[in-house]
Design a protein around this ligand. Structure first.
Ligand code: AMP
Ligand code: ZN
Length: 462
């Protein structure tokens, strides 16, 4: 029985989907005004692990990761500059909605590259906020009609006083006087009220509501409902989304439909660095590319993350990542050297399932792999098959990862090199030496040589 920690109730709950055998999931996606940092990427490793777990347990999963390319202001609420316009300035682009889309497309492509490197499967839907303005407007109109919204000189706001359950997620405490004064828009009836639509005559979109932009929160509600329905199973995001973004999504969605929005709300803990939380605005962020430039494998980062449950806070250090990388490489090498043709060990599969069913306990699952490798009562080939089963959920791609990249693979070649190597491994397995040689030649053309040594395949730059 799968149990998940639900932020809505603050308890561990049995997962019961709306439709038998189907799970509908929305993961708050990136704001594409810069590269994702490794903290952001934890949200998607978590979402991927959850999707893999659900699929492993037999669910057919519909997954949405939205792309926020408009309306997300720098303070997450109604104040500050739009993050996308900040990017336009940084990149010296014109202040137009089409330039905004260009920036969004650029960082979206980079984001997808990061996901692939982390062996994260792409979701069923990847909707862009700027492609769903009509849906946003309709939802705002419904809220106006039902009396949940009011107009000020700078936008249309949700009236939180009208929602008796406002702030139910994470048992939000009332905003203090001090907090309410910060950035308080004097026309708002209540400090917690939030913008559904913000007027903007220079850069906004034409609308019957008034020329402007949708609020970041309404975008997520509208896209989630479009692809998953008015009520769906699971909604996720980082823990920072609980107080504002997710409570606002719940308030506006449930006020508009009169139905529960999502049944399970799950949140990943933060990746912190020595100087505090990692954030794009703090200027202390590390991208996956930086890790690669320092000779770390993206999947070593995934391994490092999986050593803790998704909901804990973790402190990132290069020493810890180095240790994780060594463990990961050792695991890959050990696994690849085990003989094929085994069957899985039922006892270990059952134990593994009980761990992941316990709110995705990936830490215990990784420890179980090492226990199994040491367990003399299981034959080598069975160990290989059993661990491959675990990897369906852990997503460490142990069967395809090149064993060693001694001379370093250029970041831009990573993807192609690992594909060519995987094809070569597959070909050699079937004694197809012609294909194997073709792959060696293709790698040589890219500037890499491979050597087959007793300890494994070594790839280095020529
Ligand atoms: P953003 O691109 O800022 O909209 O954030 C994308 C996702 O990353 C959201 O789910 C955030 O909650 C999450 N997030 C932001 N910073 C961190 C961090 N340091 N550690 C973990 N998750 C984070
Ligand atoms: Zn969202």
């Amino acid at each position: 029985m799968l149990k998940l920690h639900n932020t809505l109730t603050g308890t561990l709950e049995e997962f019961k989907s709306i439709s038998d055998g189907k799970a509908l999931m929305y993961n708050c996606g990136p704001t594409v005004y810069n590269y994702a940092h490794i903290g952001n990427l934890r949200s998607y490793v978590f979402a991927d692990t959850l999707r893999r777990t659900l699929q492993y347990l037999g669910y057919e999963v519909t997954q949405v990761i939205n792309i926020t390319d408009v309306g997300h202001l720098s303070d997450d609420g109604d104040e500050g500059e739009d993050k996308m316009t900040k990017a336009l300035k940084r990149l010296g682009k014109p202040m137009t909605t089409s330039a905004m889309r260009e920036v969004a497309d650029l960082y979206f492509e980079e984001f997808k590259k990061d996901l692939r490197k982390l062996h994260i499967e792409l979701p069923t839907y990847f909707p862009f906020a700027s492609d769903h303005l009509v849906e946003d407007m309709k939802l705002v109109e419904t809220l106006i009609e039902k009396g949940f919204a009011y107009k000020t000189s700078d936008g249309i706001y949700f009236d939180t006083e009208k929602d008796p359950h406002y702030g139910k997620l994470g048992q939000l405490t009332p905003i203090s006087d001090e907090q309410s004064r910060i950035g308080m828009n004097s026309e708002k009836k209540n400090p917690r009220d939030f913008a559904l639509w913000k007027f903007n005559n220079e850069l906004g979109y034409e609308s019957a509501l008034g020329r402007g932009f949708p609020g970041w929160h309404i975008e997520c509600s509208a896209m989630a409902m479009k692809y998953l329905g008015e009520t769906f199973d699971i909604h996720t995001g980082g823990i920072d989304h609980i107080p504002v973004h997710h409570n606002n999504e719940i308030a506006q969605s449930e006020s508009a439909t009169g139905k529960p929005f999502a049944h399970y709300w799950m949140h990943n803990g933060f990746v912190n660095v020595e100087s505090g939380k990692m954030a794009k605005s703090e200027g202390n962020f590390l991208s996956l590319q930086t890790l690669q430039e320092r000779n770390f494998l993206p999947l070593a980062y995934r391994y490092w993350l999986l050593q803790a449950r998704y909901s804990t806070q973790v402190n990132f250090t290069f020493e810890a990542l180095e240790a994780a990388q060594q463990a990961y490489k050792k695991l890959v090498k050990t696994w690849q050297q085990l003989p094929d043709g085994g069957t899985s060990s039922k006892h270990h599969i059952d134990t593994f399932q009980s761990f992941i069913e316990d709110d995705l306990d990936t830490a215990k699952s990784l420890a179980l792999i090492w226990e199994l490798l040491k367990d003399d009562s299981v034959v080598a080939a069975d160990k290989k098959t059993t661990i491959a089963e675990f990897d369906k959920v852990l997503g460490l791609n142990i069967s395809k990862q090149p064993i060693e990249s001694a001379g370093g693979i250029k970041v831009e070649d990573e993807h192609l090199v690992s594909e060519l190597l995987a094809k070569r491994v597959e070909a050699r397995k079937h004694k197809d030496f012609k294909t194997s040689d073709e792959m060696r030649d293709a790698l040589a053309k890219l500037g890499y040589k491979i050597e087959d040594k007793p300890e494994g395949t070594i790839i280095s730059q020529i």
